[in-house]
Each structure stands twice: as structure tokens, then as C-alpha cells.
Ligand binder design. Structure first.
Ligand SMILES: Cc1cc2nc3c(=O)[nH]c(=O)nc-3n(C[C@H](O)[C@H](O)[C@H](O)COP(=O)(O)OP(=O)(O)OC[C@H]3O[C@@H](n4cnc5c(N)ncnc54)[C@H](O)[C@@H]3O)c2cc1C
Length: 497
């Protein structure tokens, strides 16, 4: 049974406490860590002990303190640890709320806790780890100065993308009210009671959720969307067609990703983006160039398009007092008068891909890192799942996965190639994984978007993937090498081969 630890550790002034020992230690109780934990539970025996560490106070990762009206953008069943089913009496297409997502994290811990002992150390921060003589020594602390030392046989660091609540945007004008969605629920309180206009700054998922929440709560509200260079999304209607349509209609998401990866050669992202957007995309900002693998329905796009007063395709820089009232200043140099009292909501994005490089696996194979600086798949959740499987199956040092510094790609101006590069990376490495791991590992990956479709279509999809796996591998490899050289980022197989 999973237990939340009340272990005191050492006091702030004392020496390190006696180490806790365990079979595996997982840092990060977000969806990546939870999938690593699920994978561990497939290999470790019933009396094994896993220590789960997270600096937050509960499981859920970024979902713990993201804005209250956030919703999952995929059907809820597809966001889980391993093959753990949701206990939610809702239609399969339901987009889970924040509370529902957090309840599901708790449920996953309870289910995994039936198979092995999981000791939860919430509120503890990981500091460092060193390896010696087959043991990983892990140092952690609490904000009050207490310390914890763990001796583990294996360590998985599933830190995530460093997502933390956003602050309001700084504004020079005292005649506007600048807020962050993480501290200000736009559906309630003062902002809801006021009839002043709202400017939503950003064009990604948070901006869409915020604009949608505002225009559906009060269709008369004057909402301006400042969308930067704009973002488009995977059309939920095409990726996850409703009811009986999924029996025959819609292209399976993995097949779409495979086609995108096949079309992309490392240099032609503009053409691939045009094709993707026209055939599988949606979004309220025409000509949008950003795509970060978010999902949105045509109904949401229409509601936002119809409800938003104006879309500004520029980047907000400041609101200044000029003449009689506040004026917005944009990156292009353009300005625009604002109504006094306007609310500015910072939806400019959360994802930070900085941090030092660490290889996804240590030389001993006993430490695995899920991190964008050494990415091997398109999303951390999948990395947590498959890397943990490889580690516990004893194959992690002999499968030559292609590792790519996606953080460096973003920092080096390669954000626009990210989605297609991520698809190429996923196709290349999933092919390697399919050769190394039993089919049950793939069958039990509940994150797989193809699981939306009935079994006969999935089996056909799997057969097509198997046929393309070796055929397309050289192409994906050339694409990844081209991106690596073009943006001068670290990349290539780390081990084996
Ligand atoms: C606004 C927003 C909405 C999103 N919506 C979706 C969605 O609908 N569907 C989807 O699939 N994805 C969504 N994403 C992407 C999302 O980030 C991932 O799906 C996923 O939740 C990330 O999980 P993770 O485990 O990688 O990271 P996190 O959720 O960030 O978890 C990592 C955990 O590690 C802990 N940690 C980090 N460093 C330390 C340390 N030193 N010591 C101890 N603990 C540490 C953190 O406290 C955190 O709890 C969204 C992202 C954002 C920003």
C-alpha cells in the first residue's frame, strides 16, 4: 500500500540521517514519474520498496498548481499511468478537469501500491545523486532544512519541464490590472464581477482555455486575444472522432505522426506545417506558425473565434500611460489604446527547457533521466514509461536510442521544427523499442492515442507500423542528423548499436 512518509529525516543542524534503502527511487510524481512507477511495478516483487520523491505536496506534477479551469486536451482515458483505468462515470470523450486529473493520480498510486510498497516523500526536494558500488546515493531536503538520504539500486529522475505557476506580466501603467491565471480564476471573483475588457496574452493552450472560459462564461465580455505569431492545434474531432465514427473514420494518430515524420526531412518544416494544419489542424489564428502538439476541437475554435472581440497577431511588451489612458506597446513597435481598468491575463506559456545536459542513462544503467536536454521520445510521459521498462528489463545500455537536445533546439531558434522533429524522434526510437521490448509493454501503454480506436483498427495500425519500422528508419535517422547539424545541438545514439 502506498504510504505518505512522515519520516523526520535529520534536523536542520544535524548530520545526515541514516539512509533509507530501497529498490528504486523515483523523483517527480507527475505523469512521467507515475508511468515510471507503473513500469517498475511490472518487474519488482511484491516486497520491493520504491521511494517516490516530489517537492510538491501531492502527486500530479504541474497539474497541482496550474490554473483552476485547465482541462485535459485528450480524452481522459488516454492520460494515465500504464494501463490503469479511470474511475470516472463520464463519457470516454470527457475532458477531465484539474480536480478529476488529480484524483486520478491518487487512484494510480493506490492501484500501484497494491503491487509493491511505495513510500511517498512529498514536500522533499531532490538535490544530488552519486553512484558507487552498484548503489545510488540520493540527497534530498525539505524547506525547513531537514535532510533525507536514500540508498537505491536504481534512480529515475522524472523532473518534467520545470513547469511552475506564472506571475502576472509586468505593466508600467497603473490603469490596467495584470493577473496570472494561476492566481486569478477568470470565471470568478473580481474579474468576473467587473465588465472591463480582458486581454488574453498568448496563443497556446492556456490562452485558448482562458479565452474559452471567458467567452462561454459571459458572451458579452469584450475579450482581445494577443496571439503573438499564433498557434495551431491537432483537431480533436479528426484525431478522436466521436461515437461510432471511430469504428470506420479518422486516421489513427500514430499513422498521422508517422506520415508527418516521413514528410519531414529536417529542412522543410514550413511545407509539413502547411500540410499538417490543412489536413489535421485547427485554431483561431490564421497563418499561425507555432505548433506544440496541443489538441483543440473545432467547436472550441469556433466558440473562441466567435466570442473574441479582436485577435492581435503581435507580441505584447508593456502597457504604458500615454495621453489620456493606457496604451499597449507591441514587439513590432505598434501601439494600441486600451480601456482604463482592462485586465491583462498572462497566458504566455510555462514550458522552460533549460537546465544542464544529463544523458538519459548513466554509464551503469542504474540512473535514468527524463529531460528535454536528452529527449528520446516526443513527450516526457512516454519517456517515463518506456525508459523505465528498458531499465528494469536490463536492456537500457544496449538499445541505441537516438538522444536529442530538444531544450537546445528551442533555445537555438528551432521551436518551429520541434513538432516534426519530435515525431521523427518518436518513430525512430519506438521502432528500436519495438525490437527490444515484448509486445505487452506496448499493449499496456495507456498514453497511446491510438487506444481511442477499436481493436481491429489498432491491430491494422500496429501491422502498418511494423512494416514501416525498418523501412523508414534510415530516413528518420537522416532527418534527426540534419536537424542536429542545422541547429548545432547535441544528438545521436548514446549507447549500444
Ligand atoms: C497549462 C498546461 C496544460 C497542459 N495540458 C496537457 C494535457 O491536457 N494533456 C497532456 O498530455 N499534456 C498537457 N500538458 C503537458 C504536460 O506538461 C504534461 O502532460 C505532463 O503533465 C508533464 O508531466 P511530467 O511528469 O513530465 O512533469 P510535471 O508534471 O512537471 O512533474 C514533474 C514533477 O517533478 C517534481 N520535481 C522537479 N524537480 C524536482 C526536485 N529537484 N525534487 C523533487 N521534485 C522535483 C515537480 O515538483 C513535479 O511535480 C500541459 C502543460 C501545460 C503547461
Amino acid at each position: 500500500m502506498a504510504q505518505t512518509s512522515t519520516h523526520p529525516g535529520a534536523d536542520a543542524s544535524g548530520t545526515d540521517p541514516a539512509p533509507e534503502t530501497c529498490d528504486a527511487c523515483i523523483v517527480g510524481a507527475g505523469i512521467a514519474g507515475m508511468n515510471a512507477l507503473f513500469a517498475a511495478s511490472r518487474y519488482l516483487s511484491h516486497d520491493a520498496r520504491v521511494i517516490l520523491i516530489d517537492r510538491r505536496g501531492q502527486a500530479g506534477g504541474m497539474w497541482v498548481d496550474t490554473y483552476p479551469y485547465v482541462r485535459l486536451h485528450q480524452p481522459h482515458g488516454l492520460f494515465t499511468a500504464g494501463n490503469i483505468e479511470w474511475c470516472l462515470d463520464r463519457r470516454p470523450s470527457h475532458l477531465a478537469t484539474k480536480t478529476e486529473v488529480l484524483d486520478h493520480f491518487r487512484h494510480c498510486l493506490d492501484v500501484i501500491g497494491r503491487d509493491l510498497r511505495v513510500d511517498e516523500y512529498f514536500g522533499w526536494s531532490f538535490e544530488s545523486a552519486t553512484e558507487a558500488h552498484g548503489t545510488v546515493r540520493i540527497q534530498c531536503h525539505r524547506p525547513d532544512g531537514r535532510r533525507l538520504v536514500v540508498h537505491a539500486q536504481r534512480l529515475i529522475k522524472a523532473y518534467g519541464l520545470g513547469i511552475a505557476p506564472n506571475d502576472p506580466l509586468p505593466a508600467s501603467s497603473s490603469r490596467v490590472r495584470s493577473v496570472s491565471p494561476d492566481q486569478c480564476d477568470v470565471r470568478a471573483g473580481e474579474i468576473r464581477a467587473s465588465d472591463a475588457p480582458v486581454w488574453v496574452i498568448g496563443g497556446g493552450k492556456t490562452a485558448m482555455d482562458t479565452a474559452h472560459a471567458l467567452v462561454t462564461a459571459d458572451p458579452r465580455r469584450e475579450v482581445t486575444l494577443v496571439a503573438g505569431s499564433g498557434t495551431f492545434f491537432i483537431s480533436r474531432d479528426r484525431a478522436f472522432p466521436g461515437n461510432s465514427r471511430r469504428w470506420w473514420r479518422g486516421q489513427l494518430p500514430n499513422a498521422v505522426a508517422a506520415e508527418a515524420a516521413r514528410r519531414f526531412d529536417g529542412t522543410n518544416e514550413a511545407a509539413v506545417a502547411r500540410w499538417y494544419r490543412a489536413t489535421h489542424g485547427t485554431g483561431p489564428t490564421p497563418g499561425a506558425s507555432n505548433f506544440l502538439l496541443g489538441v483543440q476541437s473545432e467547436a472550441e475554435t469556433s466558440a473562441i473565434t466567435a466570442g473574441v472581440h479582436e485577435v492581435v497577431m503581435d507580441h505584447f511588451v508593456d502597457a504604458v500611460d500615454r495621453g489620456g489612458g493606457p496604451t499597449a506597446v507591441f514587439r513590432s513597435g505598434a501601439t494600441k489604446p486600451m480601456t482604463a481598468g482592462t485586465w491583462i491575463v498572462n497566458c504566455t506559456g510555462y514550458i522552460k527547457v533549460d537546465g544542464d545536459y544529463e544523458p538519459y542513462v548513466s554509464p551503469t544503467g542504474n540512473v535514468v533521466v527524463v529531460h528535454p536536454r536528452s529527449a528520446v521520445l516526443h513527450l516526457p510521459s512516454f519517456m517515463g514509461y518506456y525508459l523505465a521498462h528498458l531499465m528494469f528489463a536490463g536492456r537500457i545500455r544496449d538499445v541505441p536510442l537516438y538522444e536529442l537536445d530538444v531544450g537546445g533546439l528551442f533555445a537555438g531558434g528551432g521551436k518551429h521544427v520541434f513538432p516534426y522533429t519530435a515525431m521523427a524522434l518518436a518513430m525512430y526510437n519506438l521502432g528500436m523499442l519495438a525490437d527490444a521490448l515484448p509486445a505487452t509493454v506496448f499493449r499496456d501503454c495507456g498514453l497511446d492515442f491510438d487506444r481511442w480506436y477499436p481493436i481491429h483498427r489498432r491491430l491494422l495500425g500496429t501491422a502498418r507500423f511494423a512494416a514501416a519500422n525498418h523501412r523508414d528508419r534510415a530516413h528518420h535517422r537522416r532527418t534527426l542528423d540534419t536537424v542536429r547539424e542545422r541547429f548545432d545541438v547535441r544528438g545521436g545514439p548514446l549507447v549500444g548499436g
